[in-house]
Design a protein around this ligand. Structure first.
Ligand SMILES: Cc1cc2nc3c(=O)[nH]c(=O)nc-3n(C[C@H](O)[C@H](O)[C@H](O)COP(=O)(O)OP(=O)(O)OC[C@H]3O[C@@H](n4cnc5c(N)ncnc54)[C@H](O)[C@@H]3O)c2cc1C
Length: 440
């Protein structure tokens, strides 16, 4: 049997072939007391979107990152993008926050998607964006009913942008017997996240933002004049600080670390198999997600010649080659014809989850924060929350985000080490297996 590892296999994101992360070479002199209006900790979509908005308005901004610029989740995402289809996937939003607030959240998620499209047009960011839509496939007949209810919730605005297709009709979007029908929305698409990130870097630089890589913030101290941020390379002073550290949040802010659950997600890219073979699986080039608790997803590469496939190979970090073996078997379950295809890239990253599955923006001890996408929605949502945080910092809006003011909960004895994630993950996998068995 041929190897599932292609010659020259890499354990780095496929995206980095087109847009490798950059070092962030703006220097920070050792033992400096460098001063900025705003320091942003974290150089992902949240941090850079905030920096771009602040820089555009003449604010002196410095972004620091513990690694090279964009090393976190942002250059590792699968690149699925949408508006309201990205929030409240796991929860009953109305029950949690009430009907009016739920409506405001869904409308703001749509606005976030529009905002993303305006930004890439305004700043001329080439990121292989397409609006090919999304198919959320039911992996059991029972889950078809559940996703049909979500469709009703999303359509409550009267615009009917979401619709259900049955097993016979789903061939238009995905050719796979794995699904029992599903929800379609054309109001979604995909992109190359690393190219989008590189575009934000370029735009930030154009607006005079300083980007400093390999600089870990270890402490934030409030002073009478503002803040001092202690880093492994010296101290930085600023009037305001924004924490945008996502699933990589560490002890720089124990309060936030206790409220964020880092969750590993993994992706593989196949060798080039040709456009016609990819089109035979995904005729409209749309992104596909299933409804398992432990999700699986697939999409074409931007040039349409490869399949990118992902999911939770494990809930904790995993060796790239092990991840290939697991994800390849999942891919074969969805697309049996892919058994002979080898893998060129396998990578992983940390998503940020919260205990109530809602994104967070606000202020704690006067430090601004924007974090947590709760699954594959952070490209649009974290860009939006970064933008919103910038507006809060500049006090340029009197209309708070619908995501502001929500409780940011933790759990007793949780300090940021998610010991319970593998246990819950195993339980979820069992439930998925059980539901599937029950349905046959
Ligand atoms: C495998 C995978 C697939 C995904 N797929 C999708 C998808 O298809 N669609 C979608 O919308 N979203 C997806 N996501 C989620 C999305 O990538 C994230 O929500 C988003 O990129 C988070 O952006 P961020 O700016 O909040 O955080 P990040 O991009 O994670 O950036 C946080 C940064 O903070 C830095 N940092 C942390 N602590 C410190 C410190 N003390 N000092 C200095 N720097 C620090 C880290 O080094 C990191 O670079 C995916 C995520 C992963 C991992």
């Amino acid at each position: 049997m041929p190897s599932i590892f292609a010659d020259g296999f890499k354990d780095t994101p496929y995206w980095w072939e087109a847009a490798p992360p950059i070092t962030g070479d703006d220097s920070l002199p050792t033992d400096s007391q460098t001063e900025s209006n705003v320091i942003i900790i974290g150089s992902g979509f949240a941090g850079l979107s905030a920096a771009m908005e602040l820089g555009r308005h003449g604010v002196d901004v410095t972004v620091i990152d513990a690694g090279i610029i964009g090393i976190g989740a942002s250059s590792r995402a699968a690149g699925f993008i949408s508006g309201r289809a990205g929030v409240s996937k796991q929860i009953n939003l109305e029950k949690m926050v009430g009907e009016r607030h739920a409506t405001a959240i869904l409308e703001e998620a749509d606005e976030a998607y529009q905002h993303f499209q305006r930004i890439i047009a305004r700043e001329d960011i080439d990121c292989d964006f397409n609006g090919n839509g999304r198919f959320v496939g039911a992996y059991t007949p029972q889950s078809y009913e559940a996703i049909a209810k979500k469709t009703e919730e999303y359509n409550r605005d009267g615009q009917n942008r979401f619709f259900m297709v049955n097993r016979q009709e789903q061939d238009t979007y995905v050719k796979s017997d794995y699904f029992h029908g599903g929800m379609v929305t054309r109001d979604a698409g995909s992109l190359n996240p690393a190219k989008y990130h590189a575009g934000l870097v370029k735009t930030c630089r154009r607006y005079g933002v300083k980007l400093i890589g390999n600089t870990r913030a270890t402490k934030i101290n409030k002073t009478h004049a503002g803040f001092t941020v202690t880093t492994n390379r010296g101290n930085l002073k600023a009037d305001q600080v924004l924490l945008a550290t996502g699933g990589y949040t560490d002890r720089v802010s124990p309060w936030h670390q206790k409220r964020i659950i880092p969750m590993s997600s993994t992706i593989i890219a196949t060798e080039p198999i040709g456009k016609s073979r990819v089109d035979a699986m995904l005729p409209l080039g749309c992104a596909v997600i299933d409804t398992r608790r432990v999700i699986r997803f697939a999409r074409p590469s931007p040039d349409g010649t490869r399949l990118l496939f992902g999911g939770r190979a494990r809930f904790t970090p995993i060796d790239a080659r092990k991840s290939v073996r697991i994800l390849h078997s999942y891919m074969r379950e969805m697309f049996p014809g892919m058994a002979d295809v080898s893998i060129t890239h396998s990578w992983a990253g940390f998503m940020a989850f919260t205990f109530d599955f809602l994104p967070k923006i606000g202020r704690h001890d006067d430090v601004h924060y924007a974090m947590a996408c709760n699954g594959g929605a952070g490209v649009v949502m974290m860009s939006w929350l970064g933008f919103q945080a910038a507006r809060n910092i500049m006090q340029s809006t009197n209309q708070p985000s619908a995501f502001e003011g929500l409780p940011f909960k933790t759990m007793p004895f949780y300090s940021g080490m998610p010991w319970f994630v593998p246990i819950i993950g195993t339980w979820y996998r069992f439930r998925d297996w059980y539901d599937l068995r029950r349905s046959v």
